[in-house]
Write a protein of this length. Structure first.
Length: 90
């Protein structure tokens, strides 16, 4: 009988990874508790630790980037209007 893959939410993965980081229980105990493979818990833990610095390194786009984005969006709008006009003329 084929087993289907279970998709876990980000909240669940975070919860399990944090418990693994605390190291109050072994990976096998956590695996039994949450019905997940110990290797999967280890992977979630490493991903969590590797990407934890991204939380604090959020930066806002500078003014130059914002101006470029605004210019590009206006160009897209203009091209859409021109495209619609050409479609009507054909």
């Amino acid at each position: 009988m084929k087993k289907t893959r279970t998709k876990h939410s980000a909240e669940f993965k975070t919860k399990v990874a944090l418990e693994a980081i605390k190291e109050q229980k072994t990976l096998n105990e956590l695996a039994a508790k949450y019905e997940v493979n110990p290797q999967q818990i280890s992977n979630w833990k490493t991903q969590f630790l590797r990407r934890a610095n991204e939380i604090f390194s959020t930066r806002e786009p500078d003014k130059e980037t914002a101006k470029k984005l605004e210019k590009l969006y206006s160009m897209i709008g203009q091209l859409e209007v021109e495209n619609d006009w050409l479609k009507k003329k054909l």
